[in-house]
Design a protein around this ligand. Structure first.
Ligand code: GLU
Length: 323
């Protein structure tokens, strides 16, 4: 099973910045991306920029260009051309076919209401994700991967997944208890997030995944897929606390307009934005303008605050001082 015992020995270390064009980048994304970038440049990891555009109905026109401009404005660079996830789905299809062939995934047409009705245990999937109980698996597997209008679920094994997160520390998670059998292929006949990210990370040689800790629980599912698909050396994970509003909820529209493009359009200097991020990351004791190269030099994961950051009206006012 995935564990620290499995080797992490790829030839070149690499990470990825993986924005989704489902909305504009905001202050929370800026912090995660700056930390990811600074770590990569400090440690000589290659940086892949991967646009995760598979959630097609939620994609917003113009969001890709805007994300690229936001990153450049922050002083973040990457290696090679951006990769658009939807451009090549052959590898995802092959991975899915392999799971299906080996009875490790099955087509599922049950609706949310049917799953809720059949659930034998209280729902503890967290957020709005519904646990899919293994009792609802079809009696006959494997099934051919040729059904036009169904999503597919992964046969989640009944065991724990352990890994040592580089920021959040040792984790032992049991996806079978929290999420059950999860979707790997959507009704729209596209790879679902969990499968897409694993196939791409493995193919692109990603060794270090740095992202918000809203995805910590997903890492366990992703490690199960690495193993089921025999994808080789496992990546290391580094899950960072999110930026929250004063109500303790993750940054969203209700906390005002925190899009990077808004500050950019208002003429806020990028050094001011980077300075706020540096303050939030414990690099400087008070908000002070800082260049991205200074951020890169001075960032230290070991002294980064372990609690979520709260975005306050003082932060916004400081940014809007502009120059
Ligand atoms: N594209 C995802 C997002 O914007 C990130 C996925 C990941 O880092 O694994 O939330």
């Amino acid at each position: 099973m995935p564990s620290e015992a499995i080797k992490h020995t790829p030839a070149v270390a690499a990470t990825r910045l993986a924005p989704s064009p489902t909305g504009a980048l905001h202050l929370g994304n800026a912090r995660t991306f700056l930390v990811n970038w600074a770590l990569a440049r400090q440690r000589n990891w290659r940086i892949v920029l991967r646009i995760e555009d598979l959630d097609t109905p939620r994609n917003k026109p113009g969001a890709i260009d805007q994300a690229l401009r936001d990153l450049e404005w922050l002083g973040i660079d990457w290696d090679g051309s951006p990769i658009i996830q939807s451009n090549d789905l052959n590898h995802h299809r092959a991975a899915m076919a392999s799971l299906a062939q080996r009875g490790l995934a099955y087509p599922c047409e049950l609706t949310r209401a049917q799953i809720e009705a059949a659930a034998s245990a209280p729902q503890d999937g967290g957020g709005h994700e519904l646990r899919f109980p293994p009792e609802l698996r079809p009696a006959v597997m494997p099934r051919p991967f040729d059904q036009p209008n169904t999503g597919w679920r992964f046969v989640t094994p009944d065991r724990a997944v352990a890994f040592n997160d580089d920021f959040a520390g040792p984790q032992t998670l049991r996806p079978i208890d929290t999420i059950g059998d999860f979707i790997v292929w959507t009704v729209r006949q596209q790879p679902a997030y969990q499968l897409a990210v694993v196939v791409d990370d493995a193919r692109q040689g990603i060794t270090h995944i740095v992202r918000g800790d809203d995805l910590l629980e997903s890492a366990a599912r992703q490690l199960l897929l690495y193993e089921a698909l025999s994808l080789g050396a496992l990546p290391r994970y580094c899950h960072l606390p999110l930026v929250k509003g004063e109500d303790g909820r993750r940054l969203a529209k209700r906390h005002g307009d925190t899009r990077l493009s808004r500050y950019r359009d208002l003429g806020v200097a990028p050094e001011r934005m980077v300075g706020l991020m540096a303050f939030w990351c414990g690099i400087i004791p008070a908000r002070t303008p800082l260049s991205s190269s200074e951020f890169r030099e001075r960032f230290d994961l070991a002294t980064m605050p372990r609690l979520p950051v709260t975005f306050t009206p003082e932060d916004d006012a400081w940014l809007l001082n502009r120059s």
